[in-house]
Design a protein around this ligand. Structure first.
Ligand SMILES: [Zn+2]
Ligand SMILES: [Zn+2]
Length: 344
């Protein structure tokens, strides 16, 4: 039964198309399948118009099927990567806590389960064997998790045992509660509205590949649009008009995607997240760190390896380095540093 308020809002939306569009987007966002269907339609529409209006493209496809075939392969791969990333888990703190408790039960039998890896800068990085994930442990030992997390923060920090009021778990460094997912996410980057999931430690690499493929597809589509407009074949004026109208949002998409890809490449190289970059001054354990120092960076190559192999090392917890070490990293580069590849 329709509520009288709904009728008023619906009639207002009919009068104001922009309000109607925003309501449509909000409805699609509420339904995960609605969002995915909208994304597929968006892609099919921009590519479909091209194949419907550009007769020259059809002719070229018959002459050089590999050209259009490659475009369609990238088109399919981008959509597959979208679904692959959308359905992936960002890595939740509660799972790490369960793994830690599962590990604790087995630690009695095998002290080697809890590995202690040493990073280049000498910080101990406690690591939980991933094979223990999902180990049934209904009686979680919160005190062991508390000690485990507290050791990751520098001594003397006031929020070493900060507990999320929503999930009731003690948050390790780099994690944050996502109100859309209603869970604490490990190495939280952001909640992606288009994918309908959080981007965190476990799926940040997948997200990078999705942006990469989307950028390639968008650039190629723009090239096909421009080729159509530059074509000397006689064609109806309205075809040119439709192509120009569609080319404008496509060009904005390309610019946005290239900037996004560059930004996330920078984050991967420096082992940072969007949240840490934007809210650096609001995160207690990052306050006072000299500007330009990336506290979790272990050099470009190690950062890239950790980024690409994040699924393998999903529960490797990174400790916050002591302030003395971070201040030492802020010193200017010398000739010796350049020769010894200090940044790598
Ligand atoms: Zn939480
Ligand atoms: Zn989220």
């Amino acid at each position: 039964m329709a509520h009288p308020g709904d009728i008023v809002v619906a009639s207002a939306a009919r009068k104001n198309p922009s309000e109607g569009c925003s309501r449509l987007f909000l409805r699609a966002r509420e339904s995960p399948w609605g969002l995915k269907a909208a994304m597929v339609l968006f892609h099919v529409f921009f590519a479909g118009v091209l194949f419907l209006l550009d007769r020259d493209l059809i002719r070229r496809t018959k002459e050089k099927p590999w050209y259009t075939g490659t475009y369609l392969v990238i088109f399919g791969a981008t959509l597959a990567q979208y679904f692959f990333t959308s359905g992936s888990s960002p890595g939740y703190v509660i799972d790490a806590m369960r793994a830690a408790n599962g590990m604790k039960a087995i630690f009695i039998e095998s002290p080697m389960v809890l590995k202690q890896s040493i990073s280049r800068n000498g910080n101990m990085i406690p690591s939980i064997n991933q094979s223990q994930v999902g180990h049934d442990n209904s009686q979680m030992n919160s005190s062991s998790w508390l000690k485990f997390v507290a050791d990751l923060y520098p001594p003397g920090l006031t929020n070493r045992n900060w507990t999320c009021p929503h999930c009731n778990v003690i948050q390790p460094p780099r994690s944050k509660h996502c109100h859309d997912c209603d869970k604490c996410v490990l190495q939280f980057d952001h909640h992606c509205l288009w994918l309908g999931t959080c981007i965190g430690k476990k799926n940040h690499c997948r997200f990078w590949w999705y942006i990469f493929e989307e950028t390639i597809l968008c650039i190629w589509t723009v090239i096909l649009y421009i080729t159509f407009l530059h074509s000397k074949d006689t064609k109806a004026w309205w075809k040119d008009f439709i192509m120009i109208v569609l080319l404008v949002p496509l060009a904005f998409c390309v610019i946005f995607l290239i900037l996004l890809l560059l930004f996330h490449s920078y984050l991967a190289l420096t082992n940072q997240t969007t949240y840490e970059t934007v809210k650096r001054r609001r995160i207690l354990y990052l306050r006072g760190i000299p500007a330009g120092v990336h506290p979790f960076s272990n050099g470009i190559f190690r950062n890239l390896r950790a980024f690409c192999c994040s699924r393998v090392s999903i529960y490797d917890m990174e400790a916050v380095p002591p302030m003395e070490e971070l201040e030492d990293r802020a010193r200017p580069y010398t000739c010796v540093d350049v020769v010894s590849c200090r940044c790598c």
